[in-house]
Design a protein around this ligand. Structure first.
Ligand code: SF4
Ligand code: SF4
Length: 304
């Protein structure tokens, strides 16, 4: 993708708070600058809390005037979260645009229109295959899954950066030179591995990621969701937000003012508590298990 021949190259990077959208855009901006190109970057951080939309426009070329990408003009839309990526697809150049997105799905609490077990939510239901049918230049790795395998979920953005590097003209050695400026020194090694893993992923043949289908669809009627709340006591600052916001009123603070699951049978696994906790003290895990293995549908609590 050569910025100097056809005017500015436009890359739109989108995701939700905490995923590293800004870091990815800064790396790309710095790299473009180092190639002697003009760069304009503008970003919106959304609500400054976990889950808020974040997007960043990067434009680079011999001459760039406006800092924002007009609709239908993005050469690349890079989504760090599946629905966020899809939301911005209309910005992509219709014939030649490239769509890169993690298949990770972060379902916002407000898309849960029915709080019961196995309820359908209003989150985008498009699969990778649906999007490939619309945008042939689609790269949709399970970047978060790959990052977890590398030992650090937070390097998913660097995996996507590796994928991005394969569709840009900048030399690989220049990407590798810029990366250390923006990632914490202690995670540099993992980030370098992540970058290379992203590049390597593009060279493999891929099947659409079927993990995007819902647990219910995969499992069929004989499966049930088993919910488990992982509470990191040390991180709980007793703010009471999760207690007040849990739609089923299943949480309370114990005598030490640490959150506790008090009505496990009522917990639907909606993840509202996980999303609203400012201190990452709650993680909600949901897995499909055969219904015959569960006599009573109830959540469990794991304290760490
Ligand atoms: S405890 Fe958390 S996951 Fe369970 S219902 Fe309440 S907010 Fe939802
Ligand atoms: S778990 Fe999080 S939201 Fe709940 S009381 Fe503790 S710090 Fe607040």
């Amino acid at each position: 993708m050569n910025a100097t021949v056809t005017g500015p190259t436009n890359v739109l990077i989108v995701g939700v708070g905490g995923q590293g959208v800004i870091m990815v855009s800064k790396i790309l901006a710095r790299l473009s600058q180092q190639q002697g190109l003009q760069v304009k970057q503008s970003e919106v951080h959304g609500m400054a809390k976990r889950g808020g939309s974040v997007f960043s426009h990067i434009r680079f070329g011999e001459e760039v005037w406006s800092p924002t990408i007009p609709m239908g003009e993005a050469d690349v839309v890079l989504g760090l979260e599946w629905a966020e990526g899809l939301r911005w697809l209309r910005y992509l150049k219709p014939d030649s645009g490239t769509f890169i997105s993690d298949t990770k799905r972060i379902v916002p609490p407000f898309s849960c229109r029915d709080r019961q077990h196995d309820a359908k939510h209003g989150y985008a239901h498009h699969t990778v295959a649906d999007i490939v049918a619309q945008v042939p230049n689609t790269f949709a790795p399970d970047a978060t899954g790959m990052a977890i395998e590398l030992g650090n979920e937070r390097v998913a953005n660097t995996i996507l950066l590796g994928v991005l590097s394969t569709v840009m003209d900048f030399p690989v050695k220049d990407w590798l030179k810029v990366l250390p400026e923006f990632v914490p020194a202690k995670t540099l090694e993992t980030n370098l591995k992540a970058f290379k893993a992203g590049r390597a992923w593009t060279k493999k043949p891929h099947e659409p990621d079927l993990r995007q289908t819902t647990v219910q669809a995969q499992a069929g009627p004989l499966m049930r969701r088993q919910v488990s709340l992982e509470i990191t006591e040390e991180w709980c600052k007793s703010c009471d937000i999760c207690v007040k916001m849990c739609p089923e009123r299943c949480l309370a603070l114990d005598q030490r003012q640490i959150v506790k699951l008090v009505k496990p049978q009522a917990c639907t696994g909606c993840r509202v508590c996980e999303w609203l906790c400012p201190d990452f003290a709650i993680a909600v895990h949901v897995e499909a298990v055969p219904a015959e293995n569960i006599s009573v549908v109830t959540a469990t609590e794991v304290r760490v």
